[in-house]
Design a binder for this molecule. Structure first.
Ligand code: RB5
Length: 142
C-alpha cells in the first residue's frame, strides 16, 4: 500500500499520480488534501510519514509546491527517509543507496510527465542491500 499526500500546491499532481497508480494496478491510500483550498503541508507530510513509519503503508509519495516543506516535515518522523527528487537518476539512487521510503515532488518545479516517470523509477527500484549503504542508513538513525 502506497501512502499519498499533498498540500494545495501539490493537489493537481497528486490527482494525476493517483490515476497513474490506478492504471498500474497499485493500491494506494490518499491522506489528502482533497481540494485546492489553502492548507498546511506539515499536516499531510506527517500523516503520510506516520503511516509509513508505523508499517501501515510500505512507501509514500508527497507533493507540495516545491517538495521542500513537505519533505522536511516528513523527515521529522523517526524512521522516515523522504527524498525530494526532480529527476530519475536521483529517484533511482535514493532507492539504491538511501532506501528512501518516501518520494517527495515539487509540483511547481517538476512537470507531470517527468513526475510520473520519477514515481515509476522510485517504485520500481529496490534497495541495493549493500553493506556500506546499510551502515550509512543506520548512522542516520543514531
Ligand atoms: C504553498 O504555497 C507552498 O509554500 C508549499 O506548497 C510548499 O512549496 C512549501 O514548501
Amino acid at each position: 500500500m502506497i501512502a499519498v499526500g499533498s498540500d494545495h500546491g501539490g493537489f493537481a499532481l497528486k490527482k494525476a499520480i493517483c490515476a497513474h497508480l490506478e492504471k498500474r494496478g497499485l493500491a494506494y491510500k490518499d491522506f489528502g488534501t482533497w481540494s485546492e483550498e489553502s492548507c498546511d503541508y506539515p499536516d499531510f507530510g506527517k500523516a503520510v510519514a506516520k503511516a509509513v513509519a508505523a508499517g501501515e503503508c510500505g512507501q509514500g509519495i508527497l507533493i507540495c509546491g516545491t517538495g521542500i516543506g513537505i519533505s522536511i516535515a516528513a523527515n521529522k518522523v523517526p524512521g522516515i527517509r523522504a527524498a525530494l527528487c526532480g529527476d530519475c537518476f536521483s529517484a533511482e539512487a535514493t532507492r539504491l543507496h538511501n532506501d528512501a521510503n518516501i518520494l517527495a515532488l515539487g509540483a511547481r518545479v517538476t512537470g507531470e510527465g517527468l513526475a510520473l516517470k520519477i514515481v515509476d523509477t522510485f517504485l520500481d527500484t529496490p534497495f541495493s542491500n549493500d553493506e556500506r549503504h546499510i551502515r550509512r542508513i543506520r548512522k542516520i538513525e543514531d
